[in-house]
Design a binder for this molecule. Structure first.
Ligand code: CLF
Ligand code: SF4
Length: 291
């Protein structure tokens, strides 16, 4: 059964409206691969960078239940088990497998997943059946011309599709998927990575469109300039404030995002317990990150 939104604003740290929450989450880094290419993304396996797309390790679905158990023992305020990468959660089957196991072992923990939404429309039924309570979809534009400037190409059912054509498929699947899961009782948050020189004037259009599709809450994440966007400037505080105010005309806005690592454990922005949970360290480097 769907968790009422008013309860989520109390129990889920990324749905807190107004004041910052003191609740915690454990991120389970089960999803190594991605199927799109965001130009700001730099996905890495390391211990030291504090941002999305970074994890110290990748775990198997069957390791996740033990990780949740240890996290709850260490940090009593954990209310959410989330998967946010380090790649996309639907590009491999591991995130959904993990949620099926968590649902059995911890029926009361809030199950939270983050995706780029390329496969959201076709996976909506599985997401609902896995008992996912809250889903974040990263929608950086609803105009394919703008999206194509942020995301160069998609890998879709074995085919690499470039530019505007790929962006059209991505946006269509995001919006169709949001509508389907929202209809199925999943509460949807949309994240937009704010790249001032690319989508800075487009945010209110995104907010309006995703609200109409079924999203409940909206989060603007300032871009960290990396990869192909390393020479673009990040938004100023004034730009972040302005775009939040514009979006808020259409949808409730979350303001406490900590741009978490994919293996973060604890209260977002507070002490991180990840190193005590994920003991395995691997020295592999890849590219990419999830916003
Ligand atoms: Fe994790 Fe994301 Fe769920 Fe939260 S994070 S999967 S919705 S439990 Fe939260 Fe971290 Fe911001 Fe994400 S503060 S980066 S919005
Ligand atoms: Fe994939 Fe997320 Fe990186 Fe975009 S930000 S390329 S969706 S891992």
């Amino acid at each position: 059964m769907a968790i009422p939104f008013s309860e989520l604003t109390e129990r889920h740290p990324c749905f807190a409206i107004g004041q910052k929450s003191n609740k915690g989450r454990i991120h389970l880094p089960t999803s190594p691969t991605c199927n799109i290419e965001c130009k700001f993304c730099s996905r890495k396996i390391n211990d030291y960078e504090d941002r999305p797309g970074v994890s110290s390790t990748v775990i198997k679905p069957e390791e996740a239940v033990g990780a949740v158990k240890r996290a709850i023992e260490l940090c009593g305020n954990i209310t959410v088990a989330g998967i946010a990468g380090p790649g996309d959660t639907l590009a491999s089957p591991y995130a959904l497998e993990t949620f099926r196991l968590i649902k059995e072992a911890y029926p009361d923990i809030i199950k939270c997943m983050s995706t780029n939404g390329l496969l959201l429309s076709e996976k909506a039924g599985e997401i609902i059946d896995a008992g996912i309570d809250t889903l974040t979809v990263t929608v950086n534009a609803v105009d394919p011309e703008i999206e194509a400037k942020i995301n160069g190409r998609i890998l879709y059912h074995g085919e690499m599709i470039e530019g505007v054509e790929g962006a059209e498929i991505l946006i269509r699947n995001q919006l169709d998927g949001i509508a389907k899961v929202a209809e199925g009782g999943v509460t949807v948050k949309v994240n937009t990575v704010l790249v001032p020189e690319v989508n800075g004037d487009h945010v209110s259009e995104v907010a309006k469109t995703v609200k109409a599709a079924g999203a409940r809450i909206y989060n603007i994440i300032p871009m960290i300039p990396m990869n192909e966007f390393k020479n673009l400037r990040p938004p100023s505080c004034a730009e972040i404030d302005r775009t939040r105010a514009e979006a808020e005309r259409y949808i409730e806005v979350f303001r406490h995002c900590s741009r978490c690592r994919a293996d973060a454990v604890g209260t977002p922005g507070g002490k991180d317990y990840g190193k005590q949970i994920y003991l395995k360290r691997v020295e592999v480097q890849e590219t990419f990150s999830h916003g």
